[in-house]
Design a protein around this ligand. Structure first.
Ligand SMILES: [Zn+2]
Length: 221
């Protein structure tokens, strides 16, 4: 009777010891697993946050592009010019189209369209992706201008830096440049911080290549 009791006690304590060991071991595993999972999740979170932030930044830049377009539009409207917006029937759907002058005005953000000016900086992360993206924007711009030319429509390209930022043109002066260009028969002109000048598609392509090469040299992938 006594023996049996002892034996059961012993067994119970052995059992207890055994399960205590197992308990400690499994808690140990659990802690390590949770620790690793937390680190991994934080890593993912940080990455998602970066992507989110980047997306937000890019969206902010895009809507800012729209706001410079609005500034030019309002300026023209107040000066009595009448135009159509984003005319889908014209290739490249120019931002502003003035039927009376058969003229399209395109307002380009310096970053998105690769202007050879300080506002165009190739992002340091995913540089190759941005290089491809901006290059394809520029190719599309060039194609649109050449399609407009085929339809006998003249084009005026205004760079963002002429409208906003350090060294931008005075709004009155910008309006004067546009007003002088509209009644001419010049087929392609560009307005930037330096003012207005006649250009060709080759000029536009060359300015982009120069800007891109400069960025790739100062910002190697
Ligand atoms: Zn610029």
């Amino acid at each position: 009777m006594l023996n049996t009791a002892k034996r059961t006690n012993k067994k119970a304590s052995e059992r207890f010891n055994f399960s205590k060991e197992r308990f400690i071991r499994s808690v140990g595993y659990w802690v390590v697993k949770a620790y690793i999972r937390t680190i991994l999740e934080w890593g993912q979170l940080a990455d998602v946050h970066n992507k989110d932030q980047r997306r937000k930044n890019m969206r902010a830049i895009k809507s800012a592009d729209t706001s410079i377009e609005v500034r030019v539009r309002k300026m023209l409207w107040h000066a009595g010019y009448r135009y159509r917006l984003n005319v889908k029937s014209l290739t490249g759907t120019p931002d502003i189209y003035l039927p009376k002058y058969r003229a399209a005005i395109q307002i380009n953000g310096c970053l998105w369209h690769g202007h050879n000016c300080p506002q165009f900086v190739l992002p340091k992360t995913r540089t190759e992706f941005w290089k491809e993206k901006i290059s394809s924007n520029v190719q599309r711009d060039l194609r649109s201008i050449s399609e407009l030319k085929k339809q006998n429509i003249r084009a005026l390209l205004i760079w963002e830096c002429a409208i906003r930022g350090n060294g931008r043109l005075e709004p009155d002066y910008l309006l004067k440049l546009i007003s002088r260009w509209l009644p001419t028969d010049d087929s392609l002109s560009v307005i930037d911080k330096q003012g207005i000048r006649s250009a060709s598609l080759e000029d536009l392509n060359a300015q982009f290549n120069e800007a891109l090469n400069f960025q790739l040299k100062t910002n190697p992938a």
